[in-house]
Design a protein. Structure first.
Length: 589
């Protein structure tokens, strides 16, 4: 049995990996997801099960970094030797189906004990051998080990899922598809494992985002179907044991799937002394499928499938739960939430202004609009009906955050956050202003952005005047660490530019109203000409005597730039020489 071949399905061991590094690779795979106890000893068991000889390894690498692990391996070698020589291991190694079936039939107790100590190894390794995997899985279930070792099942599901994603060639399918006619053996493995049950505490790890999930719903369909079955069992327990007022209170008579109230039902059953199995148990801090599980790139088809099978607790989503992942979100997904009653403009259950200022936490409407900016940048020339719907909604979101930057002195709206990111991605090129085409968007957007004309003009004028942002740097999605005192100093330093900004914006507002400009025509004509004029005046401006005197009072001095200094500034100079040059100038102040 080749160790590397058997581990490669995990997608973690490259072909060039040397045997001495294998244990580190396994450690990376098994570490951290499910908190398995006795991790080191378990890893050593897996290595030995796969044919690793710690004695030989110890001789070859006695002076290497692996010494500690190797000594530990030798310490456990005698204890593990029986497992290595067991008939179950031999049958798995030889891929002998009949032999494995006979061993499990003759001595189910031995098989159960074996699975108890090396369960995850058996399930993970036999994943490479579908027929044997089925036998092992049946033995695992018949020995009642699922309830005793739920983490083992969860880990096996995770590994089978990774193997499926890394090795299975599959096309697009829709939620609810059972892959009929395209039954890869990985499907069978996942179905069998997920059918054993998934404790709530492992949901997040099993739904760990991967880009292929966006269009392949086979795993999600099985996962949520199993979850629905578990919740139906929990609901049945509640109907049998809870009082009528509690049954009504927790919505157990409704035809939807028990979800948002599942944690409260579990707690009430526990209070009454009713045992709830590990698979059915739901903790109190659980919120709902839409809030706790769908924090990853998700397709509206999957959301609709969840709705159809009864997961309808979306009242508290407010998108802050559905949009917390690092990845961006699509217009189609946001459109689905809006059509199903999620109010992104609501301020209920949102952080207070002080908390927003302290932590940089964003309102749900703002984080949604920021994430939508990427999708917009890819499709603004041919917007879908869902995109138009969401953009019109966004322009009507009135909630303001705590930002007091001069680009939006009353606070940032969701649209301003959206436009800030769009502007940075499309209208700035390597940090330089685009001069030839000021407004790159099609005329169809003029009507959509009609109510936001003044915000757009103020923001673009702010950028053109090179005024720094004092508290909102949302282009890259962070809140700067500029405190109020420093922001005040910056605003005072740029007071003349800010006054000019306010004057220009007032003029632009008047012209837009009087002339009836659309935003695109206004930016490309009147605004562009005016800002070119402003730039020319600034370039030709000369400091007055009073301004020179004021600058000298704070230590500024002027001197002629010599030719050799110009060469130093325009050619590549070593960092040390450049640093020393500025030190010398500082000494001469």
């Amino acid at each position: 049995m080749n160790l590397l071949d058997d581990l490669r399905f995990l997608g973690k061991v490259p072909g060039s990996c040397q045997p001495s590094a294998i244990w580190r690779q396994i450690l990376c795979v098994y570490k951290g997801h499910f908190g398995l106890a006795g991790e080191l000893q378990g890893l050593l068991k897996k290595l030995i099960l796969l044919g690793w000889d710690p004695n030989q390894e110890l001789k070859e690498n006695s002076m290497g970094r692996e010494s500690g692990v190797l000594f530990a391996a030798q310490h456990h070698y005698e204890i593990l030797e029986d497992h290595v020589k067991s008939p179950v291991t031999a049958a798995i190694s030889a891929r002998e189906y009949n032999q494995l079936r006979e061993v499990l039939r003759k001595d189910p107790t031995c098989a159960a004990e074996y699975l108890d100590s090396l369960g995850i190894s058996c399930l993970a390794i036999s994943t490479l051998w579908p027929r044997g995997f089925k036998l092992m899985l049946n033995a695992f279930a018949s020995a009642n080990l699922i309830e005793r070792h739920p983490s083992t099942v969860a880990e096996a599901i995770y590994l089978a899922r990774e193997y499926y994603l890394d090795n299975c060639t599959h096309g697009k399918c829709k939620p609810g598809d059972d892959a009929t006619g395209n039954r890869h053996f990985e499907h069978t493995i996942l179905e069998s494992l997920i059918g054993l049950g998934i404790p709530c505490r492992f949901h997040q790890a099993l739904l760990k985002p991967r880009w292929v999930w966006y269009h392949c719903f086979f795993f999600q369909t099985m996962f949520f179907n199993t979850l629905k079955s578990q919740r139906e069992e929990l609901k049945a327990l509640g109907l049998r044991h809870l009082s009528q007022p509690d049954i009504i209170k927790y919505g157990l008579l409704e035809d939807s799937t028990l979800d948002g109230q599942a944690g409260l039902v579990t707690a009430k059953l526990h209070e009454l002394g009713v045992p709830v199995s590990e698979v059915l148990y739901v903790p109190l801090d659980y919120h709902s499928v839409h809030r706790n599980l769908i924090n990853q790139p998700h397709h509206p088809d999957l959301l609709e499938y969840l709705w159809q099978i009864g997961f309808r607790d979306i009242n508290g989503v407010s998108m802050s739960g559905a949009c917390q992942a690092d990845s961006d979100i699509s217009f189609a997904t946001v459109s689905w939430y809006i059509r199903h009653g999620v109010d992104l403009n609501a301020l209920e259950n949102e952080p207070q202004v002080d908390e927003l200022s302290e932590t940089g936490t964003m309102l749900s409407s703002h984080i949604t609009s920021w994430k939508l900016a990427v999708d917009f940048c890819h499709c603004y020339n041919s917007l879908s009906p869902e995109a138009v719907e969401v953009l019109l909604e966004m322009c009507g979101w009135t909630a303001l955050d705590c930002c007091r930057c001069q680009c939006s002195p009353l606070g940032c709206s969701a649209f301003k956050v959206f436009f800030h990111r769009v502007f940075s991605r499309i209208m700035l090129n390597d940090g330089k202003k685009t001069s030839k085409k000021r407004w790159p968007f099609p005329s169809s957007l003029d009507e959509i952005f009609k109510t936001q004309r003044l915000q757009i003009v103020r923001f673009m004028t702010f950028q053109e005047l090179d005024i720094p942002h004092t508290c909102c740097t949302r282009a890259n999605w962070w809140v700067s660490d500029v405190d109020l005192d420093e922001a005040g100093e910056i605003n005072e330093e740029y007071r003349l530019s800010i006054d000019q900004l306010n004057s220009l914006v007032a003029e632009f507002e008047y012209v837009m109203e009087e002339e009836g400009y659309s935003i695109g025509d206004f930016i490309n004509n009147h605004w562009a000409q005016k800002m070119e004029e402003v730039g020319r005046i600034q370039a030709e401006a000369v400091l007055t005597s009073a301004e020179l005197d004021a600058a000298r009072e704070v230590g500024v001095s002027w001197y002629p730039v010599l030719a050799e200094e110009t060469d130093i500034l325009t050619t590549e100079v070593s960092m040390d020489k450049r640093f020393q040059r500025w030190l010398d100038k500082m000494d001469n102040l």
